[in-house]
Design a binder for this molecule. Sequence first.
Ligand SMILES: C[S@@+](CC[C@H](N)C(=O)[O-])C[C@H]1O[C@@H](n2cnc3c(N)ncnc32)[C@H](O)[C@@H]1O
Length: 416
Amino acid sequence: MRVLFADDDVIARTLLAAVLADLDHEATSADNGDKAWEAFQLAPVPLVVLDINMPGLDGLEVCRRIRTHEAGRETFVLILTARDGRDDLANVLEAGADDYVAKPTSPENLRARLEIAKRRIAQDMARRTAESELARSRWLAGIGETTIALEHEIRSVVAGLDSQAAPKGGRASSYLRDWYAPQALAELLSFRGQIARREHADVLHVVLARAARSARRTRHFDLEFPRSPQLEPYWCHKHRRTCRPVESASHFLRRYALDTLERIKQFQRLRGRASSASVLHDDARSIQLEAGFDGIITSPPYPGLIDYHEQHRYAYELLGLEDRREQELGPAARGSARAALSNYSQGIAAVFEHLRPALKPGAPVLIVVNDRRDLYPEILAAAGLKLEERHRRHVNRRTGRRAGEYYEDVLVTRFA
Ligand SMILES: C[S@@+](CC[C@H](N)C(=O)[O-])C[C@H]1O[C@@H](n2cnc3c(N)ncnc32)[C@H](O)[C@@H]1O
């Protein structure tokens, strides 16, 4: 076991070093309290032996500090007291020590106390491991129940797809009527009608949006930027054969329902116990947030490339989401002329300035971007952010027209 011991008396240190070596401990020594505290902070250990009287920080003060340290709450602290120190015992307890030995002491006595300390540490560790395993299995049982309920609901909706009589699902906008074949649209609307009041409607809405993206009358290689509905068979660059526009949506609904369920189950096995997420839908320049965030990770839009509302219009139309395209930063519709770029840069800088008060001091702001127009040095300066590091990453698994080599930078920044 790793042990830190501190004593200003060289003879006492020599004795301790010999006993600890004899017990096969890996020991580090300090000849005063300041050095002991420094050594503990650099490399916390499970067992610390401190002489009570030392120059600088005394043993009790080092013990108190260890107790306030994240890693020091479980550390076993043994204090070496003076034989005639009458008040020592109360002080030793008050400082949070676990045991004491009065000096001068024999090697046998010291050895026995260190053996006891070692057993206590092993018992505490076994108890902590058992407690955390119990907490984890309770938590897994809890999410297990949620997953079973979710799975049951998804499977019953999927089963409903097969027994669909005449689908009924409400009226559709002209956009939906143009972009979906009649059968596909009827299936999507029917699914929407079925899921509205389900317990896991949020998950099922994600399934609906994923299926709706695939079921549009588009060419297979053109899912991201289709301009007009594809009504006739076409030569498909992706599959190297003639493909037909999609007629039905039920196979997509089934596939994405099961795939979404599988992903949720996988993620539940991985996710941390204390973690949860809230999704807020708002303009990042004015959204109301509570303070105290540890950092930001963002992948902002890039100017003149994509109209996000338009690209995902099928979801806005089907789910009845509020259209806020006017608030989009750098939409393709506004182009990439000088005025548009400058508007974009001001907008992104305004986002960071707005979010600053919600961050803890010194919190990192990570920005993922392919800054081929070199706009970010100016944006960071305007927002008061300082670039610390830049990591380049290769982006693979891109589809459609944007396939090919593509790199992004992760900018690690902080407010100056
Ligand atoms: C490059 S995408 C990144 C999306 C997502 N973070 C991801 O990694 O998949 C940029 C996103 O910024 C959103 N956006 C554009 N203007 C915004 C604004 N003013 N406030 C909040 N989000 C905005 C777009 O709608 C789009 O979803």
